[in-house]
Every structure is written in C-alpha cells, then in structure tokens.
Design a protein around this ligand. Structure first.
Ligand code: MRU
Length: 383
C-alpha cells in the first residue's frame, strides 16, 4: 500500500488543511497532500509513502498548480532520499510527471542539487537526505514569502491601473492557497484587494473540463468571504461586452523568455477579449515559473490530456465517494468520439499588460524586460 486516505467532509468553518506537509511517523517519512480531486465536497488527505504514489498524485491532479508542483517535487526527492530509493531515478520520474509547469522540474532540481552536493563531499546518505529535505523546506518558505510579495505588488498595480478602487476581477482556473506555500498567485492579489476593501466582485470561470474554477477557486473564495460569481467559460465574452470586467488576473504554468505565457486552456481567448475591450490582462506568477531556456511560446510543451475528460461529464465529488479523476462521468458525446484536450494554451506577450512576480513587475512584456527581471532574481540565478 503506497498511498492512504484520511479525511472528513468539507466544513468551511475550519481552517483549510495545508495543501501539503512533510511528516515523520515511526514507520518512516511521508508527504501528506490535500487531495484536490475530492474538493470541495471532502477534505481528504492523501498520504504518499513513496515516489510512485506522488507521481500518481501529480498526474491525477490530486496536487496541482505550478508553484506547489515545484514544492511537491522537491519534497519528493527528499522522500526518495530519506527512504533509501534511487534518488536520481526518482528525480527523473518526478521531474517529468507533467510537462508544462516548469516549476516542477525546478523544485526537483533544487532538492537534487542539495542532495548531490552532500554526496559529492563524501557524507553519508542520511546527511544527503537531510540536505534535500532542508532545500524542500526552504523552497516551501520562499514560495510563501513570494506569494505575499506578489499580492502586495499586484494590488499596487491594480490600484494604479484602476484608480476607482472598486475592482471587478475575472480569473480563470485556480491560483490560491491550493497551488502555493502561501496564499497563491493571482488569487492572492484578489484576496489582498478584498482585504483592502477594494474588491467589488471576483468573476470565476468554471474552467472546463476539470472545473478547477468551479470546484477550487469558488471553494477558496467562499472560505475567504469574497464576493464571487461563477460563470461558464464561454459566458466571459458577454460579461466583457456588458462592461463588467475591470481586469483579468491569471496565473501561469510557464513563461517563456520572450514573455509568452502558458496557462490553463481558455486563458488565451480571455486575453484576446481583454485586448478588444481595453481591459488590463495581468499575469501573476513567481519567478520560478519563468523558463529562460524556453525561447518562445511555440517552444512550450503543452500537456495533452485524455479525451475522456471532455467526452464525459464528471460527477461533482461527493462525500465518501466519487473523485474527479476516476472518470465516474456520464458519457455525453457518442461513444468513440475523439476529443481535443490540451491542458494549457499560450498567450503571446503583446496581449499581456503586465507580469507580476515577487521581485518586480514587467510591463510592457518584452524579452528584454523578462531578462532584466531574471537577472534580479536569486531563484533564477541559482537554477
Ligand atoms: O492543470 P492544473 O490544474 O495544474 O493547472 C494549473 C493551474 O492551476 C493554472 O493553469 C494556473 O492558472 C497556474 S498555476 C498557479
């Protein structure tokens, strides 16, 4: 048995369980994940005792969202080291579990680098495992700090762009505490606006086909007391046309050197709409999401997922039972229908008003601006 479950039905009055945590019970260390496939109906923890279990959790989106994938990857290396598995092999498996969010490979590389540095000095495996764990914890802390910095910078930018002080923000997919060591990326900015009394409404795209917006962003918005409204992804156009969107705030899974932004599929059409309607389109992401080795949008590998996620309507998670990933869905397309199901799309830099990171804001978004930002960033230099 490599993964186990523990949990209760979701109860909005209790604080949210941590999205992931390291534990050391007597029978060996484990990585405990809040299983995001079961939200919002149940807060259930998934206990990973080995790397295959963690890889499975990443692929099935039990843990998901770029920044936290990096943290999970780093803890995964620490788990392999602490349990005496082949660390190099584990790192290779973890780093390639999903292809688009560059943070995953980054987190794996950080922990592996710390592990190797100790091994190369001739120290024992225990010391090397401790170094990998310390690095994972450090990355976890950095992400939390980065999240707070992005929230502050993002809110300042919103206030500058929208002097009225009563923001109606549209967001897509999920970018809150569920993807982060802190309060997230784009959602953290909306939350900061809410706390400052300047968020009039958060428009939440449901985010087909896996409903990260309806299940997860609405869950986070409700828990934090935001005024929010859920909409189908294709209702966004009419909302823009009615003049009810002041800004779009989204996260990113990878930002190329030229400023192209890969994010959850459906982001690019929003950017086109925003441009047409003269609405700022703002991307919020930590510097670890920038990949200087990916020159442009066309070079970003976009994950293609199973067509079943489109041809079937998945039942909402229910206490004690169904999960999104188990395909308990009802077949809605004729059997045998082929589906196109990219997980992400790429928005070109000219459609992005600004990229907000923890170290600064790039606007206008150009390769030169990205390069300058990277030069300022300790994280990117380390990698
Ligand atoms: O496929 P997912 O759920 O891992 O997608 C990632 C996302 O949540 C979004 O694309 C998000 O906007 C960027 S990660 C903060």
């Amino acid at each position: 048995m490599t993964d186990q479950y523990a949990g209760t039905p979701s109860d909005g009055d209790r604080p949210m369980l941590p999205v992931l945590r390291w534990e050391e019970p007597p029978d060996g260390p484990v990585l405990v994940l809040l299983d995001q496939t079961r939200l919002p109906a149940e807060e259930v923890e998934l206990i990973c005792t080995d790397v295959p279990a963690l890889v499975r959790a990443i692929r099935t989106l039990a843990v998901r969202g770029a920044p936290v994938l990096g943290i999970a990857g780093a803890y995964g290396v620490a788990l392999a080291a602490a349990r005496g598995y082949d660390v190099e092999e584990a790192a290779a498996q973890l780093g390639s579990a999903r292809p688009t969010a560059v943070n995953l490979a980054y987190g794996v590389r950080r922990a592996l680098g710390a592990y190797r540095a100790v091994v190369e000095k001739g120290a024992d495996e225990k010391a090397a495992a401790e170094a990998a764990l310390a690095e994972a914890r450090q990355l976890h802390r950095e992400d939390a700090e980065g999240s707070a910095a992005m929230a502050a910078k993002g809110l300042a930018l919103l206030d500058e762009l929208l002097p009225g002080g009563s923001h109606r923000i549209l967001t897509h997919c999920n970018t809150g505490a569920l993807v982060s060591g802190g309060e997230g990326t784009a959602f953290a900015v909306a939350l900061a606006a809410h706390k400052a009394g300047r968020l009039r409404r958060l428009w939440v795209d449901e985010t087909r086909p896996l409903l990260q917006g309806a299940r997860l962003t609405a869950y986070e918005a409700a828990r934090n007391g935001l005024s929010y409204t859920l909409l189908t992804d294709n209702a966004a156009g009419s909302l823009f046309a009615a003049g009810k969107v002041d800004a779009v705030l989204i996260g990113a899974d990878r930002i190329a050197a030229d400023g192209s932004v890969a994010n959850k599929v459906g982001s690019y059409p929003l950017a086109v709409l925003a441009k047409y309607h003269h609405v700022p389109f703002i991307v919020v992401a930590p510097v670890t999401t920038i990949d200087p080795d990916t020159p442009d949008g066309a070079s970003i590998e976009v994950e293609q997922r199973s067509g079943r996620e489109v041809t079937q309507l998945t039942a909402p998670p229910q206490a004690g039972g169904a999960t999104v990933r188990q395909g308990v869905g009802v077949q809605v397309a004729p059997l045998g229908t082929q589906a196109y199901n990219p997980a992400f799309d790429v928005t070109p830099p000219e459609l992005v008003t600004a990229i907000v990171t923890e170290v600064g804001v790039v606007s206008p978004v150009t390769g030169g601006g990205i390069e300058e930002l990277c030069a300022r960033s300790r994280q990117v230099t380390i990698s």
